[in-house]
Design a protein around this ligand. Sequence first.
Ligand SMILES: Nc1ncnc2c1ncn2[C@@H]1O[C@H](COP(=O)(O)OP(=O)(O)OP(=O)(O)O)[C@@H](O)[C@H]1O
Ligand SMILES: [Mg+2]
Length: 360
Amino acid sequence: MAKVTFNKAQRWYPGADSPAVPGIDLEIDDGEFMVLVGPSGCGKSTTLRMLAGLEECNSGSIHIGDRDVTHMPPKDRDIAMVFQSYALYPHMTVADNMAFALKMAKVPEAERRKKVEEAAKILGLTEYLDRKPKALSGGQRQRVAMGRAIVRAPQVFCMDEPLSNLDAKMRVQTRTDIAKLQRDLGVTTVYVTHDQVEAMTMGDRVAVMKDGLLQQVDSPLNLYDKPANLFVAGFIGSPQMNLIEAKAVDGQAKIGDYLVPVDPAASRKMEGNITVGVRPENWRVVAQSEGGLPVDVTVIEELGADAFVYGTSGVEGTPHDIIVRVGGRDTIHKGETLYVTTDPANVHVFDTDTGERLSE
Ligand SMILES: Nc1ncnc2c1ncn2[C@@H]1O[C@H](COP(=O)(O)OP(=O)(O)OP(=O)(O)O)[C@@H](O)[C@H]1O
Ligand SMILES: [Mg+2]
């Protein structure tokens, strides 16, 4: 097992105007589950493929433990890769599919069988070992693909959206299985997804990418509680954080007539155009006399335990969408006006132009 280090690793595809990944610096601890997340085209797969040796690294370097693998062929890197498409051999049994890499590496048959049986036990595939892939469900096939990776006992697992072919229920189940398995095996893992919920639930740490650049690398809770910039604030969390443009005047933040309570650190730093972020669960409904932000309710989404109120607030003339989480049994009606406020600890202030976080 080993630590993985990207040192200004760059990938510039031939003929492209700019590099897909200009130079990534990232350190993944031994045994850590690191998730790369970001919108389509941000460079997640490129980064992972550089580590696996499937894309050339044009400058910078990549280390696995003490080994410089930057220009090493994929087969020598001691990595196992799991892709979105399972790419199982249809004519081979589950057992043979799992043993294939070991057979290529000339591992003796008795040892191959032992490793496959161990992996099958961990993955709950023992009773399927003699079946062909077509007689398996999508989730079971993905477990076979995992099994193929496990039997090789690599130093690093690289996984590129391994769950995206599964239906919603299977995804949630398999997500938990993979996370648990990784913890049991303790193999350093780099996992790519565009799904922020998947990233938050699986990763020890999550690296948020945009346009080939890392925006923030942090624990799931820190990303949620202290997003470093506007992009991360909007990307992490569902429904999305309310992001409202405001004006900073004498250390106070104003949205129309509503005075937003902000923390002292933000108050000192902010000036001019700022953006105020409040998560849906952090609004508090107050009486009109308490001077909250008025929200005209348009839709109420009842989820049982709680409900999301969607509304608009006339912010300096332009209606702005606002989402408020309320209790599942609160009586709120479409067409009414709510007044909401929050506390300084729950307000994220950003510089609108640079996107940078100004709050503590
Ligand atoms: N083989 C290639 N040749 C040229 N450009 C490429 C190649 N592969 C990817 N790119 C470009 O590099 C950028 C990053 O692509 P990459 O596949 O790493 O994104 P991604 O974050 O994995 O996206 P997705 O979520 O859609 O899989 C994109 O702009 C893409 O068009
Ligand atoms: Mg990709």
